[in-house]
Design a binder for this molecule. Structure first.
Ligand code: NAX
Length: 327
């Protein structure tokens, strides 16, 4: 039998946490043969609500659940963690300045980076979902000197899935026919959803749609989908974000299928002119628990401008957290 994998989920009592924990416990993330120990981290005020979720998880009688525990101490919650899903973050309140938001989250992610450094398992893999996700991942990595920075990633799979869904709807094709959509840059409205390498049933996507649709409808629709969900649903994306977090980790652990890739925000190695160290989204393939940035893609002038604009925003966020003393 497979040894249990310890998965720590932060923000466990939040709406994404509520959608995520049941998927992990059911085996959707690591497969039907892998038992999971779930460590739920919350702030003290929300620990009781997380205990309520634990009661419900018990009541599902999931055969794969090998442990369920709630913590309000990050050091204990990350002790022995193989996978860490950092969902909890400080939301942007009304009238909150960007520096305030970065500083509040810097406090959270520096503490969690140190706690991971102290006790996580040697094979720890981290995905940051809580916003500003890319920069939060950068902060956590910088406070975990003994963990390779490459293990700290941020989630852009929701943006990737949104792009796939929009392209499928536009071309009237099944989602399963779509390959090689990519998200570049920051998980923010500046992101660049790219279909220049994508195919639909083997045909280049760019030959099936008008350039104006790409520039004026597809890109802004995907980049601003979060706001659209809030406007229509009256709450921010939750189940779709949880699904994307499951997919991010599932693919990282189990590998991307032949002939396709996923999108992940990872510390740049300088590929495609993205300054080294910035946690920026790239198309990546994964195998044997490791990811590699897809190399050698042609970058058009159209793509270059958009990648550079989003990367400039990431560099500005990094400068702001350096100024706040968080790196
Ligand atoms: P909620 O406000 O419902 O839940 C957040 C939870 O985190 C709360 O229960 C809170 O008590 C907890 N929390 C806060 N600080 C914590 C800490 N230091 N340690 C442990 N837990 C802590 O938010 P939810 O809708 O679940 O969203 C969570 C985060 O995901 C937000 O930052 C949100 O902006 C971000 N998102 C990121 C997405 C992405 O694609 N990367 C998409 C969806 C989502 O908007």
């Amino acid at each position: 039998a497979h040894a249990p994998i310890t998965v720590t989920v932060t923000g466990a009592a939040g709406q994404i946490g509520y959608a995520l924990l049941f998927r992990i416990a059911s085996g959707a993330m690591l497969g039907p043969d892998v038992p999971v120990k779930l460590n739920l981290l919350e702030i003290p005020q929300a620990a009781q609500a997380a205990e309520g979720t634990v009661l419900e998880l018990m009541d599902c009688a999931f055969p794969l659940v090998a442990g369920l525990e709630v913590f309000d101490d990050p050091v204990k919650a990350f002790d022995g963690a193989n996978l860490a899903m950092l969902v909890g973050a400080r939301p942007r309140g009304p009238g909150m300045e960007r520096a305030e938001l970065l500083s509040a989250n810097g406090g959270i992610f520096s503490v969690q980076g140190r706690a991971l450094n102290e006790g996580a398992a040697a094979d720890i893999k981290v995905v940051v979902v809580g916003n500003p996700a890319n920069t939060n991942a950068l902060i956590a990595a910088s406070h975990a000197p003994d963990i390779p920075a490459a293990r700290f990633t941020a989630m852009t799979r929701l943006d990737h899935d949104r792009a796939v869904a929009q392209l499928a709807a536009k071309t009237g094709s099944p989602v399963a026919d779509i390959r090689k959509v990519a998200i570049w840059g920051n998980h923010s409205a500046s992101q660049y959803p790219d279909i220049s390498h994508a195919t639909v049933g083997g045909t280049p996507a760019a030959s099936l749609v008008e350039p104006a649709w790409i520039a004026d409808e597809f890109i802004p629709r995907v980049a601003k989908r979060g706001a659209e969900i809030i406007a229509v649903r009256g709450g921010s994306s939750a189940a779709s974000a949880a699904n994307a977090a499951v997919e991010h980790m599932r693919l990282w652990v189990n590998g991307t299928p032949d002939g396709d890739w996923t999108s992940m925000a990872v510390p740049s190695d300088g590929s495609y002119g993205v300054p080294e160290g910035l946690v920026s989204s790239f198309p990546v393939t994964t195998a044997n628990g490791q990811y590699s940035i897809v190399q050698g893609l042609e970058v058009s002038d159209f793509s270059r401008t958009r990648i550079d604009a989003s990367v400039a925003e990431l560099a500005a966020e990094r400068d702001a957290v350096i100024e706040l003393g968080l790196l």
